[in-house]
Design a protein around this ligand. Structure first.
Ligand SMILES: *Cc1c(COP(=O)(O)O)cnc(C)c1O
Length: 388
């Protein structure tokens, strides 16, 4: 072994993530090349957008270069500007906040619920000021936020709801697909997500009044989308904008997985369920905690996490697993405690759970292709760590 480490197991290292791959990706990329159309908005991009529109019942789905960029587009469409406030959890990826900070807005962080790690909907109203423009629920681990409450608050205060559904593709809340519940929804197809094109994303738009603007912002401020459809005879600079459309080559890679979306979802859910069953005894003894999926939420097994007693125990468990060739990771240094979070944002109310729970959370290997045997092995090693 090149690492010089003792390998207890005789198996390959169990990686934390392996990008999804179904086998058809090469063929579809070849087709894109053969079509002699590898820039944005070719046939794969069109088909992928339509796939999500049909699947989620959304008026328009624009494929983007990332979820980060989809969120930036949503911020532009909601006309977020300097001094505006946007309510979001602190326990999230930096892009949730960055998209609004780039517009000069202030992220206002609200504590999370310890059961789902999602924004605590009961604390949102107290964070609203006359500057508040939007609420950004993040559906952590593909488990929905309490959307009925959030939509009700947004309606009463006339706020946009921009869903960070980066992790929520194929998951739902009371039968409604995540990303298609708020005004705008943002998906990610980063390598670490359930469906991937390396780097990529999508913006879901519910109200058709925003579609034309969104197409213009996404195409360098031009009406090239209309031009491609033959609706205008030349395209011109209409508005400010940037380049948020992905290459056909990337979307071709993704499209292969969309065709197998159900199969990928079922695979992940099966592994998730196995982890849950195998680790339930440890949870019953109070040694770890397992994730909660509230009634009405159908998740997509984006991740399987456990919670240790506290941070030091988590570090010891990571080392224990690493020595047995298992990669387990944690994430999100709460944004309000990070340098940029302190500079650009503020916390509303107390940080009761955000920091404490983020220090306990540990993600176990989860990807399309992970086997039942591997899950059993990981679960066995976690139990061994706890003396079982
Ligand atoms: C992955 C992720 C993002 C960013 O997605 P990109 O496609 O990499 O820009 C944003 N928010 C959350 C919650 C994520 O998990």
């Amino acid at each position: 072994m090149s690492s010089g480490k003792i390998h207890f197991t005789g198996h390959e290292k169990i990686r934390f993530n392996v990008p999804p791959f179904t086998g058809k990706e090469y063929e579809y990329i070849r087709q894109a090349v053969d079509n002699k159309k590898i820039c944005g908005d070719g046939s794969f991009t069109k088909r992928a957008g339509e796939w999500f529109e049909k699947r989620t019942g959304t008026k328009k789905c624009l494929m983007t270069t990332s979820c980060t960029h989809a969120t930036e587009l949503a911020a532009l469409l909601a006309q977020i500007g300097p001094g505006d406030e946007v309510i979001m959890p602190s326990f999230t990826f930096v892009s949730t906040a960055n998209a609004f900070v780039l517009r000069g807005a202030v992220p206002v962080f609200v504590d999370i619920r310890p059961d789902t790690m999602n924004i605590d909907e009961t604390l949102i109203e107290a964070a609203i000021t006359e500057k508040t423009k939007a609420i950004v629920p993040v559906h952590y681990a593909g488990v929905s936020c309490e959307m009925d409450t959030i939509l009700d608050i947004a309606k009463r205060h006339n706020l946009f709801v921009i869903e960070d559904a980066a992790q929520g593709v194929m998951a739902s809340y009371k039968g409604k697909p995540l990303g298609a519940i708020g005004d705008f929804g943002c998906y990610s197809f980063h390598e670490t997500k359930n469906y991937s094109m390396g780097e990529g994303g999508a913006l879901l738009i519910q109200d058709s009044a925003y579609i034309e603007k969104a197409e213009i912002y996404r195409e360098k401020g031009t009406d090239r989308s209309k031009y491609y459809r033959g609706q205008v005879d030349k395209y011109r600079w209409q508005e400010f904008g940037s380049s948020y459309l992905p290459s056909e080559l990337n979307v071709a890679y993704l499209y292969a997985q969309l065709e197998e979306a159900e199969k990928i979802n079922e695979w992940r859910l099966a592994r998730w369920q196995e982890y849950w069953s195998l680790l339930a005894p440890l949870a019953q003894k109070g040694k770890i905690e397992l994730p909660t999926v509230p009634e009405g939420c159908v998740h997509n097994a984006h991740m399987f996490y456990i919670k240790t007693a506290e941070e030091r125990e988590r570090a010891a468990l990571i080392d224990f697993l690493e020595a047995r060739d298992i990669v387990a990771v944690y994430h999100y240094v709460p944004l309000h405690s990070a340098p940029a979070g302190m500079k650009y944002g503020r916390m509303s109310g107390e940080d009761v759970y955000t920091t404490k729970e983020s220090e306990r959370l540990l993600r176990l290997p989860m990807y399309y292709g992970l086997t039942a045997d591997e899950v059993a092995f990981v679960a066995e090693k976690v139990k061994e760590f706890y003396g079982e």
